[in-house]
Design a protein around this ligand. Structure first.
Ligand code: G6P
Length: 739
């Protein structure tokens, strides 16, 4: 045989082999997509159930009839066909119209895990999820989810596979033919000899691919990698999110973007102590989350300069490069007067919006003068951002309840900006929010954002409900967005997290060493079990309830006296406000009482330490503890819970976590408590103290895997990905408008 026909034959064989391989991939793809879609549906059902669980548990005893209408509203959404509530005997008590009769809603034994079954309903494929619901009388929630879209997904995947196959066949065939013809004409003996050698399975000494083919295959590999990456990001399954993933994402998706963060609290505070300047890292969940993101992305962080030496440390433009000694981004400080601070920060933000959004039974206070300061300071920050921007379309990440008006104020001056607002605290239901005298202004301000993020779907739902009640707008539940004044704002849940691995962990000693150091510092004997609570001294954190639970534990289980100590570490915060000083006084009083009741010479049940602790000290305490208690009465997320988990690389330690902290929907392996139930909390503490090491390990492992995977880079990445999608859509709309 001559060389050219032999070459053509070889290419033919390769093409047939490739086609057979692709055909064999089809059933495999069907299986994978089906599994993936099913998991997707299960997750969605869980999400829906988690977001309505509280309300259902509240209302199922008192007003089960109200649940019917509520369920009907939900079934218009998220491909949910029907919803129902069953009693413990497996009888359907409340159900939407499309719920078929005879659905088996019994739970398996005392199982706390949901059960899923695939079935058909009027010829349609559906998935039935049965979820346990707690309450005085444990029952179950049934969710029927349609599965018809799975077939569409499989169809789409097949189509892409066919396209890919066709491109591969054409590519390989074309390149092969060109090579063979070229070899015939120019006698590329080297290449053909290489192919001969391959056939004879001799060790290869020459490149088998020419540079063009190699380049092409690299491109195809790159495309496939991108495709896989996008799929993984979109369906949220494991991607190792790290600073470099985030940097890559910025480079690819938002090239040349100027990034700004705006928050009230600054990440580094310069304070004068005697004749020295000391840098302090504030106790703020917002700062712990955003700081690593800014270290990864660079850019400018605009914040209130609140330190006593802040003015001395900035340049003429009010900038200072941070982190000190290892600069990665710029901090732009904005100055506000004492009077403005009283009105904007202490008044409207912390006496008005903070208690309004946290259901901790502290009455919000609204004063007209505070509102005026709030408006003025928001305007000052908006102007500062606009002055800093050197392009018309920066990416601006606005943080928290201090700046509800900022998104619209920036939008008015930079209409092309991508404004990503994140509300770090809960959003209450419409009725609760309705008492705010400036509710319309606040909502309109937030709706100047491109994307508005909350920690949980429940908070997004409350926001939609509030907009619906008070604003002339269109809510598009399919796109999860609000159109107001002709502009669309996407409203999504983005559960915030911490950096992984946490920077503070790097300098930590082994757990035993940390434990010995903490024992020595507090004068504790070697066998003493240690509990910790570490947070700002805030009434939302349930500190008083926790101290009472310790009292209850020592009363009911006196064997713990002398064997268990609780270290309550609190950072003073907003101490000018009466609600905070009253809390401090009460905490001191209860601590003294409990210590007098249960303590004795050489044994102090509670150590109340009121001072700011830097991250290194906090991590050391976490590593020394047998149990950590987070008992928030209401909390957007609560990063202390995640930090405790991250600190325990020995996979030991138990976490007692309030169900009213957003973190409880993620860290379900913690001992979940209701902080209003002091006895229940005491029981959980007792249970944590006797938890076997293997159980601690199992729970801790799962929680650590969750926090590692869903770290703060993923949080920022998901928001930026949504932003980039919207930016692209906006560009297309601009082209269309120009045509
Ligand atoms: C919460 C808020 C943050 C705030 C932090 C500390 O986490 O969501 O915005 O920074 O508390 O409070 P502070 O008033 O001291 O900044």
């Amino acid at each position: 045989m001559r060389r050219a026909p032999r070459g053509i034959l070889l290419i033919g064989l390769v093409l047939v082999g490739l086609a057979a391989f692709l055909a064999a991939l089809v059933p495999l793809t069907n299986g994978v997509i089906e599994q993936w879609a099913r998991r997707d549906v299960e997750l969605r059902s869980e999400l829906v159930v988690n977001s309505i669980r509280d309300r259902v548990e509240r209302e199922m005893a008192d007003r089960p009839e109200a649940l019917g209408a509520f369920f009907e509203r939900l079934t218009g959404d998220e491909r949910i066909l029907a919803l129902g509530l069953c009693d413990p005997a497996g009888r359907m008590r409340v159900a939407t119209a499309r719920m078929p009769t005879g659905v088996d809603c019994r739970l398996e034994g005392s199982s706390l895990t949901p059960r899923f079954v695939r079935t058909r309903l009027a010829g349609e494929r559906v998935l039935v999820g049965v979820f346990p619901i707690a309450g005085s009388n444990p029952a179950s929630l049934v969710v029927l989810h349609e599965l018809a879209f799975v077939a569409d997904r499989i169809g789409e995947a097949r189509w892409y596979l066919a396209l890919l196959g066709f491109a591969l066949l054409v590519g390989v065939g074309g390149v092969g033919t060109v090579l063979v013809l070229a070899s015939q004409r120019r006698d590329m003996r080297a290449l053909l000899t290489g192919l001969h050698e391959l056939r004879a399975a001799r060790p290869d000494r020459r490149p088998l691919m020419d540079p063009a083919t190699r380049e092409e295959s690299r491109e195809i590999r790159g495309l496939l990698r991108d495709f896989r990456e996008t799929m993984r990001r979109e369906d949220g399954s494991p991607v190792e999110w790290s600073p470099s993933t985030l940097q890559d994402l910025l480079e690819k998706e938002l090239p040349d973007a100027e990034v700004f963060v705006v928050s009230n609290r600054e990440p580094y505070i310069h304070n004068r102590v005697g004749d020295r300047i000391v840098v302090q890292r504030p106790a703020s969940g917002l700062v712990s989350a955003l700081e690593p993101v800014m270290r990864a992305c660079g850019g400018v962080w605009v914040a209130h300069g609140s330190g006593s030496a802040d003015r001395e440390t900035v340049d003429a433009e009010d900038h200072v490069a941070v982190p000190p000694g290892k600069p990665a981004y710029r901090l732009r400080r904005v100055w506000i007067s004492d009077e403005e601070q009283e009105g904007y920060y202490y008044g409207l933000a912390n006496e008005g919006l903070w208690p309004l959004c946290h259901l901790a039974y502290v009455r919000p206070i609204f004063r007209e003068a505070d509102w005026q300061h709030y408006v003025a300071v928001n305007q000052r920050f908006a102007d500062a951002v606009v002055r800093e921007a050197t392009r018309p379309d920066p990416v601006i990440m606005v943080q928290d309840y201090h700046f509800a008006l900022l998104p619209r104020m920036i939008r008015e001056q930079l209409p092309k900006a991508t404004i990503l607002t994140f509300w770090h605290i809960p959003w209450p239901n419409a009725e609760a929010f309705g008492i705010c005298p400036w509710k319309e202004e606040i909502i309109a301000g937030l709706l100047g954002s491109t994307v508005l993020g909350f920690h949980t779907q429940a908070h997004c739902n409350n926001f939609f409900e509030t907009v619906d009640r008070f604003m002339e707008s269109r809510i598009d539940r399919d796109h999860r967005s609000v159109v107001f004044g002709g502009e669309e704002t996407m409203v999504r849940p983005y559960p915030i997290s911490i950096e992984w691995p946490p920077a503070a962990l790097a300098s930590q000693q082994p757990v035993e060493v940390c434990r010995a150091a903490v024992r020595e510092r507090f004068g504790l004997p070697a066998e003493m079990r240690i509990g910790v609570g570490i947070e700002r001294f805030d009434y939302t954190k349930g500190i008083l309830d926790r101290l009472q639970a310790i009292d209850e534990l020592l009363t009911r289980q006196p064997e713990w006296k002398g064997r268990f100590t609780f270290l309550q570490i609190v950072a003073p915060t907003r101490s000018k406000l009466a609600s905070y000083t009253a809390l401090q006084a009460e905490a001191i009083r209860i601590t003294e009482e409990v210590n007098a009741r249960h303590g004795r010479e050489g044994y102090q049940p509670i150590h109340l330490v009121i001072r700011h602790h830097e991250p290194d000290e906090v991590y050391e305490l976490f590593r020394a503890a047998d149990v950590c208690v987070v008992s928030s009465l209401h909390d957007g997320m609560n990063l202390v819970a995640k930090e405790f988990v991250a600190a325990r690389d020995d996979e030991q330690g138990a976490l007692v976590l309030s169900r009213f902290a957003g973190a409880s929907s993620e860290l379900s392996e913690a001992l979940i408590i209701n902080p209003y139930d002091v006895q229940g909390m005491a029981e959980a503490l007792g249970r944590a103290l006797v938890m076997r090491e293997d159980e601690q390990r199992e729970r801790m492992r799962l929680m650590r895997a969750h926090v590692r995977e869903r770290n703060v880079y993923r949080w920022a990445g998901q928001i930026l990905l949504d932003a980039s999608r919207l930016r692209k859509r906006q560009r297309v709309q601009e082209f269309e408008a120009a045509d």
